[in-house]
Design a protein around this ligand. Structure first.
Ligand code: GDP
Length: 603
């Protein structure tokens, strides 16, 4: 292995690449690449885009040492992965751009200390005197270190929030990846690395819990290097900062590192330009109505502006900073909580402002019409067979679902009906349905990311995917199924679950013969003298005796003769004698249907 690595050639790959381009990089023929992809279970044609991970596997197998392409070198055509706000920023008048505070997303495996670290930074670095006043949790905050502002996104750490964390990476300029030194690189750590890479955001590693006796920082650095995050002390590009969130140690070093990395980047915005940004989180507050935390990424957002985020819109009645202080305006990189939207927008949604509420309504209506027109065109997206096919193959014990509906009122009955569904097999392993995420609104990119992370099927009830989600689902092979009748949804899932458990025995008709005459055979038994009318009668097949349209008997063949000879099959047009096991009550005119049993899984 190590010898192989030494001999291998280093290459840099973008976040996605066509098979043809990859073949060029690998100095191989496209056919070779396609064959390699196939052996890895990926069917791709020469012009198809494959993602970084796939391209990396193929490259390694073909003797190369792939690494992600450096951010500055990302090609124009990779723009699809770049968040909308960054693309919008690129359209701004470049001469007007000014530096803005860096926005940091903290990602990492559950329990590695993200929350503790965020709290520790907040408490030590928020200007003293104000710290006591922190009562608000708005999903983001700002601190000042050495006179420079830094914005932290406080993305939820629970496994179910994978997609939101991914969004966190998208909204941020830098990812701080928290890794517990006693636990090392774990699945969510790897996932966070992928999200940061997808969003083309640099990573700083906070090696947390170094106070613990069993902390093994060197081992973690090794793991990082294996994940293409080579620590700077090993001549790599990744800054690794040892910290103890609980003992508040190493925090200054971490903030220093953030400013260092930020200093190397161009973190800019046009305060005089178009107002836009990202929805960080939103909820309904009893007294205040919809409260949405927005991260302003360009321009200056003011009280009185009409915000528009997907289908939500409204005039800002009041605006607060993360400490709950009422403010009148907010510039780039500032997180604010705003009051006045008519509905809860999705976290991660792009927001901008409209001239007034009337204009906002028009924009939303236009958008909806475009989406509706597209949906009608698309029609049914995937067949149920495709949808559940991958669950048939493996030892899947639970069918993970992500459920989106138009209104909250539809979600509850669906979820409770689904939880009632139990597999009907007795004694065998029990397969259940697990709704890992449910919500209202269109199926979004976040839902698809969550589906990828949890191997789930996405169900839309009266809602479909938005354009980005659809593209992503297609690229990642995630099934989306749309319903508008609850009963149909439940019924389909039920059938799928049964299919997953017990393949159905399907009877396949292979021939038919008419009984012309009945002979005695031995003392107690009778055989039917028949003519085969269709197909063939096979010795090892089954026979169904049909009399006046009804089934009189069904069972195996005990003897099959043509003239005097025992035979294994008799084809249409020939006569034969058929004896059945445990049946001799043939009547002239009976129709014998010959069938074989195949075990198939059908829905
Ligand atoms: P999260 O799931 O990543 O947000 O992790 P938490 O911040 O909730 O931390 C998980 C657990 O690790 C908690 O019990 C923390 O008290 C503990 N923890 C966090 N940071 C440290 C640290 O630096 N040292 C030690 N010993 N424990 C820590």
């Amino acid at each position: 292995m190590s010898e192989n690595e030494q001999n291998s050639k280093k290459i840099e790959l973008p976040i996605s690449i066509t098979v043809r381009q990859l073949a060029e990089v690998l100095e191989a023929s496209p056919i070779e690449v396609i064959k390699n992809l196939m052996s890895n279970g990926v069917m791709a044609n020469i012009n198809q885009e494959i993602d970084y991970d796939t391209a990396a596997i193929v490259s390694e197998e073909m003797g190369f040492e792939p690494a992600p392409q450096h951010i500055e070198e990302v090609a124009e055509e990779d723009i699809g992965e770049i968040p909308l706000w960054r693309r919008k920023l690129a359209e701004e008048d470049q001469a007007q751009l000014e530096p803005r505070p860096p926005v940091i997303a903290i990602l990492g495996h559950v329990d590695h200390g993200k929350t503790t670290l965020l709290d520790a930074i907040r408490h030590t670095s928020v200007a003293s005197g104000e710290a006591g006043g922190i009562t608000q949790h708005i999903g983001a905050y700002q601190i000042s270190h050495e006179g420079q502002l830094i914005t932290f996104l406080d993305t939820p750490g629970h496994a179910a929030f994978t997609a939101m964390r991914a969004r966190g990476a998208q909204g941020g300029d830098i990812v701080v990846l928290v890794i517990a030194a006693d636990d090392g690189v774990m699945p969510q750590t790897e996932e966070a690395i992928s999200h940061a890479r997808a969003a083309q955001v640099p990573i700083i590693v906070a090696l947390n819990k170094i106070d613990k006796g069993n902390a093994a920082p060197e081992q973690v650095k090794q793991q990082l290097a294996e994940n293409e995050l080579v620590p700077d002390e090993w001549d790599g590009d990744t800054i690794v900062v040892p910290v103890s969130a609980i003992e508040k140690k190493g925090l200054d070093d971490l903030l220093e590192a953030i400013l260092l990395v930020a200093g190397d980047m161009e973190i800019l915005a046009n305060p005089k330009g178009e107002v836009f940004g990202t929805v960080i989180e939103a909820e309904i507050n009893r007294g205040r109505g919809v409260m949405a935390t927005l991260l302003v990424q360009n321009g200056v957002l003011k009280v009185g502006d009409t915000v528009i985020a997907d289908k939500a819109y409204g005039r800002i009645k009041a605006m607060f900073d993360f400490q709950g202080q009422s403010i009148k305006e907010a510039g780039p990189s500032m997180p604010v909580s705003v009051m006045g939207l008519n509905e809860v927008p999705q976290a991660g949604e792009f927001f901008t402002i409209a001239k007034n509420e009337k204009k906002a309504r028009e924009i939303i209506k236009d958008r909806e019409q475009i989406i509706e027109a597209k949906e009608t065109e698309e029609g049914e997206m995937v067949t149920l067979e495709q949808l559940f096919a991958r669950y048939q193959a493996g030892d899947v014990e639970e069918l993970n679902l992500i459920l989106k509906a138009d209104v909250q009122g539809s979600l509850e009955p669906i979820i409770s009906s689904l939880s009632d569904l139990k597999s009907e097999s007795e004694g065998e392993q029990e397969i259940g349905v697990k709704v890992i995420h449910s919500g209202t609104g269109r199926i979004s990119e976040s839902d698809i990311m969550l589906a990828i992370a949890s191997n789930a099927v996405v169900i839309g009830f009266n809602v479909g995917p938005d354009a980005t989600a659809k593209r992503m689902a297609e690229a990642e092979g995630i099934s989306i199924r749309k319903y508008s009748i609850i009963y149909h949804l439940i019924d389909d899932i039920k059938k799928a679950l049964q299919g997953m458990l017990s393949p159905i025995e399907k009877k396949i008709l292979i021939g038919q013969a008419d009984v012309l005459v009945v002979f005695p055979s031995g003392k107690y038994s009778k055989v039917a003298g028949c003519r085969v009318q269709k197909g063939e009668i096979k010795r090892n097949a089954q026979i169904r005796v049909m009399r006046e349209g009804k089934m009189a008997f069904e069972g195996g063949i005990s003897s099959l003769k043509h003239l005097k000879d025992d035979v294994t099959e008799v084809k249409a047009g020939f006569e034969c004698g058929i004896g059945l096991k445990n049946f001799s009550d043939f009547k002239e005119g009976d129709s014998l249907e010959c069938f074989v049993i195949e075990t198939v899984t059908v829905f």
